[in-house]
Design a protein around this ligand. Sequence first.
Ligand code: FO1
Length: 338
Amino acid sequence: MKKRITVLAGGVGGARFVRGLLAHLNAASTDGVSNNAAVTVVANTGDDMWLNGLRVCPDLDTIMYTLGGAVDEHQGWGRSGESQRTSAEISAYGRGWDWFTLGDLDLGTHIVRTDMLREGLSLTQATEALCRRWRPGVRLLPMSDQSVETHVRLSQGTPEHSAGDLIHFEEWWVRYRALVPVSEFVQIGLEKASATPEVLEAIRSADVILLPPSNPVVSVGTIMAVPGVRDAVRSTAAPVIGLSPIIGGSAVRGMAEQCLETVGVEATALGVAESYGARSRGGVLDGWLMDVTDEGYLPLLEEAGLQGATAPLWMTDTPTTAAMAAAALAMAPPTSRS
Ligand code: FO1
């Protein structure tokens, strides 16, 4: 029976982690291709937007390109060998976001996805179709087929916006580099959205669930906020193992500290673990893997009802990330099924 692993992931950090997970599983198998494990990735779609009439899904595409071998390694997102001729034309017309570049190759993905959505396919179906080309080696699922877009409420004005304005997360993240203080995150559409049946089944039937070192607020947090997901995670028979996105008080990637500060969570490996909470105490976690520099928190994790362990968590290269994935899987006690 294949070991079923379900990962709830955001963009760059999540994609890199899954690449390491697959490397570990492939190395662990005899013929180089993991025929003893099946990985499903549930991706955050809170960063999605309509731009130039196209549906853009940053985290789905980052995971698809990274695992499909087409990502721009230096950026961590977008396509390698990219060009920007079309986006320059769009900017020349004064349309769109000139601070958010849609490359020519990347536009091909958004055009094909939007074409499928307009034909009536769901985002789940469109994603499956796109993955038939990229063959990422995992089943890639959007967290919901309904639109749930993360917006931020500015607590300080900018030359373009006033304090109190709600702007799209990507404008805050890319245009303002998360340097403008915000008072809250608002997931627009959340109350009307629901997790897809595929997502709920992937959580229910998993042998292990992994929370990679993605942004715990706007990536994993957004996935958990989709109606149905948190309850499914809390009630699955699979052990839930998380990896800290914070090492020694600083984020592995991106500007997670600003997000944690906004929601009042201490930007430490312990603070994030406590914000997820132990499943035995109403939370969603069973185990928490921290970087070796944070081993001082191990006794406090125990007090919080969590099984703790440490491993090097800087995703510097694939072998390191593969070792992280192996350490996380090693924390998961075998379920009755596996
Ligand atoms: N990030 C940037 O910093 N600048 C960009 O111009 C940019 C464009 C872009 C276009 C498509 C896409 O899928 C992602 C893009 N990103 C860009 C990255 C994006 O902000 C992040 O991948 C996620 O939103 C956070 O994980």
